[in-house]
Design a protein around this ligand. Sequence first.
Ligand code: HH2
Length: 276
Amino acid sequence: MHWQTARFRIDLGRPRVMGIVNVTPDSFSDGGRHATADSALAHCRRLVDEGADLLDIGGESTRPGAAAPSATEEMARVLPVVEGALGLGVPISVDTSEPAVMRAALALGADIVNDVRALRRAGALEAVAAHPAAGVCLMHMRGEPATMQGEAEYADVVAEVATFLAQRAEQVMAAGVAAERIMLDPGIGFAKRPEHNLALLRRQRELVGRLSRPLLVGWSRKGTLGVLTGRAIADRQAASVAAALAAVHHGAAVVRVHDVAATVDALKVWLAAGGD
Ligand code: HH2
């Protein structure tokens, strides 16, 4: 299995680590830490040195209750960092739902669009389809970050997430995006309560089995880990690494993480121990 992206064909024969770079004033765990292009780029370099297989650069916080920035503001945050990061030798993903940001980033040469809204904003699907090989990550969410936790009601969260992702992948393929470009994501913490997130982890094999494309999963520092451990956001590294390993153990192809060095080390040991 592989993931086709603009410049790289990513071999998914081993688990891959996507390092998170938030160029935002308000992200839930690292808001304001890399708010200038220079500091964000320095962070990109550090994550690549730590072993990140790919980078995900975002200019919109999607924490529950967050307000969306304008497209102009998002572009001003993200594009200079994307431009600099393109020279680092790893695939560059842009975490955005905004078609104007997608178009501009893809024109610069970005490899992947990672969209928590699964290309559902008007013009987003066309922006990605217009590029012959760019990769895309389609994530499950309901509603908008400002209101999504009010929509966290499921009869069977695994079945409902699987149905959404399978249908969305079909629609994106029907628009001309080849299957090999698509990655799917259950959207941990997006319109989901802790019991939903944990069901998606425990039953992740079932989810993977229902989908024809690989899974990218983001547990890093999220609220369910706080519920499980009683830890504040800044103290969830061990919990995040454990969740990333569990996700890989249950079949995730890519894990989206803040703590790249710790996750890379843990995966090395897990692989040496015969992890599959
Ligand atoms: N989670 C966040 C943002 N983007 N993209 C994908 N594909 N999957 C995720 O689970 C995911 C995502 C939220 O985390 P973070 O980027 O740390 O925070 P914020 O949205 O507040 O910037």
